[in-house]
Design a protein around this ligand. Structure first.
Ligand code: ADP
Length: 384
C-alpha cells in the first residue's frame, strides 16, 4: 500500500500530544491523516488534514470515522474495540491489532497474558469489587502495603494506588481491580520495541524513569539508563519476548522494574508511542513517531541508536494553578545549550496536567541530568 503523495488516508484515534507528535512525521512525508478526538482543543487538530470531534468509546462514532480509511492507528488505548474489529473484517488495516488493544485495555487480562506466556511479573490477585478486597484484608488474606490497580480506564497513575492502611483502603474506587504485591525496585525501566507488519523488530536502548515522589507521575526519563549492561540486556530480552508474545504491529513500550537482586519484572505495556520514548525525537537517529509510522506502513525500520545521551523532563501544571496557561521563564531555559522544549498546545493548565516536555541532549548523561534539574527548577507552568 503506497501512502506517499496518494489519496490514501491514515486515521488516528485520539488527538492528544502523542497524536500531534505523530503528525510531525506524517507531515514530513506528506501522508494524509484524519484525527478523531472528543475535545475541540485537541493538540493534534492543527497538524492533521481533517479533524472529527467524537467519542472514542462509541461504536458508531469509531465505525463511521474508520469506514472510508485505509489504515487506523491509535494514540490512546481507550477506544471502542468492537468497531475496530468490524472495520478490520471489512478490510481496513488496524495497527495495533484490535486483539492486542483488547488485552492491554484491561490490566487483569494483561497480567493473565504475562502468566500464560511465562513472562516475569509481580504476583497479583483479581477482585471484582472493592468490598472483596476489604474482606480479604479483614480476614488477614491480604496485608499492607499492596498496590491497587483498577482493571480499566486508568492512565498516568490515576488508576493505581499504593495502599498502606485501612484508611487508604477506604479511598479506592469500586469496580474490578487487581491487587499486586509491592515491588521493591531500584529502577523503573522502559524498552520500546517496534515491529513491522513483515515481522522485523528493533528496540531502542533501555531508559530509566524517575518519578515525582507525591504525584507518582514520571518526572524524568534518561537514555541510556544508568544500569549494568547485564541488567540492560535482560530488560531488552524480556521486552522482546513480550513483543513476540503479542505479535503487535507498531510500537510497544514495555515498562519494567529492576529489583535489588537484579530481577527484571514487567509492570505494564502500551502499544503506541510513549512518554518514555520522547527523548528519541532529538537524541535518536529515528524518532519513535517516525518509527511507528514505518512499522504500520510496512516500511524498513530505522536505526534506533542514539546520537547523544538524552534526558526528558515532563512539564506538568503547577499546584494551585488552573486556567489559561503561561510558561514562566521559558526564555531562560532556551538560553541553555541542548535544551529543546515541546509545548503541547493545551490552552488550560491544571495541577499535574501534562502540558509539554523538554529534552536535554548532551554527550554525558550525568550532565544532561543536572541540566534537566535546572530546567525543572527554572520553568514553571502556571496560570496568570
Ligand atoms: P499507569 O497505568 O497509571 O501508568 P502503572 O501500572 O504504570 O500505572 O503504575 C504507576 C506507577 O505506580 C509505577 O510507575 C510505579 O511507580 C508504581 N507501581 C505500580 N505497580 C507497582 C508495584 N507492583 N510495586 C511498586 N510500585 C508500583
Amino acid at each position: 500500500m503506497d501512502f506517499f503523495s496518494t489519496s490514501k488516508t491514515i486515521g488516528i484515534l485520539g488527538g492528544g500530544q502523542l497524536g500531534k507528535m505523530l503528525l510531525y512525521s506524517t507531515r514530513k512525508w506528506d501522508i494524509n491523516t484524519h484525527v478523531l478526538d472528543p475535545s475541540d482543543d485537541a493538540p493534534a487538530r492543527i497538524a492533521c488534514n481533517k479533524f472529527i470531534k467524537g467519542d472514542l468509546m462509541d461504536y458508531q462514532t469509531v465505525y463511521d470515522f474508520g469506514k472510508n480509511l485505509d489504515l487506523i492507528t491509535i494514540e490512546i488505548e481507550n477506544v471502542n474495540i468492537q468497531a475496530l474489529e468490524q472495520l478490520e473484517k471489512e478490510g481496513v488495516k488496524v495497527y495495533p491489532q484490535p486483539y492486542v488493544l483488547k488485552n492491554i485495555q484491561n490490566k487483569c487480562l494483561q497480567k493473565r497474558f504475562y502468566n500464560q506466556n511465562k513472562l516475569p511479573t509481580a504476583h497479583y490477585e483479581e477482585f471484582t469489587r472493592i468490598d472483596e478486597v476489604k474482606d480479604a484484608v479483614a480476614k488477614g488474606k491480604l496485608s499492607f502495603p499492596f498496590v491497587w490497580k483498577s482493571a480499566s480506564m486508568g492512565y498516568d497513575g490515576y488508576g493505581v494506588k499504593i495502599v498502606r492502611s485501612n484508611k487508604e483502603l477506604e479511598t479506592l474506587l469500586d469496580g474490578a481491580c487487581l491487587i499486586e504485591e509491592m515491588v521493591n525496585f531500584t529502577h523503573e525501566l522502559a524498552v520500546i520495541i517496534c515491529r513491522r507488519a513483515q515481522g522485523e523488530t528493533v528496540n531502542y536502548p533501555v531508559v530509566e524513569s524517575e518519578f515525582h515522589p507525591t504525584s507518582n507521575q514520571v518526572e524524568y526519563v534518561l537514555c541510556p539508563a544508568r544500569i549494568d549492561k547485564k541488567h540492560a540486556d535482560r530488560a531488552i530480552e524480556i521486552a522482546t519476548k513480550v513483543s513476540e508474545a503479542y505479535g503487535h504491529i507498531g510500537l510497544l513500550a514495555v515498562e519494567l522494574f529492576l529489583t535489588p537482586e537484579g530481577e527484571v519484572l514487567i509492570n505494564e505495556v502500551a502499544p503506541r508511542p510513549h512518554n518514555s520514548g520522547h527523548f528519541s525525537i532529538e537524541a535518536s537517529y529515528t524518532c519513535q513517531f517516525e518509527q511507528h509510522l514505518r512499522a504500520i506502513l510496512n516500511l524498513p525500520l530505522g536505526k534506533t541508536d542514539s546520537k547523544s545521551a538524552g534526558v526528558m523532563v515532563n512539564l506538568v501544571g503547577s499546584e494551585g494553578h488552573t486556567g489559561a496557561v503561561h510558561y514562566k521563564n521559558i526564555d531562560q531555559i532556551l538560553a541553555i545549550d541542548g535544551v529543546i522544549p515541546h509545548i503541547y498546545g493545551k490552552k488550560e493548565t491544571r495541577p499535574n496536567r501534562k502540558m509539554g516536555h523538554v529534552t536535554i541532549i548532551h554527550s554525558e548523561i550525568e550532565t544532561a541530568r543536572k541540566i534537566a534539574e535546572q530546567v525543572k527548577q527554572t520553568l514553571s507552568i502556571i496560570s496568570k
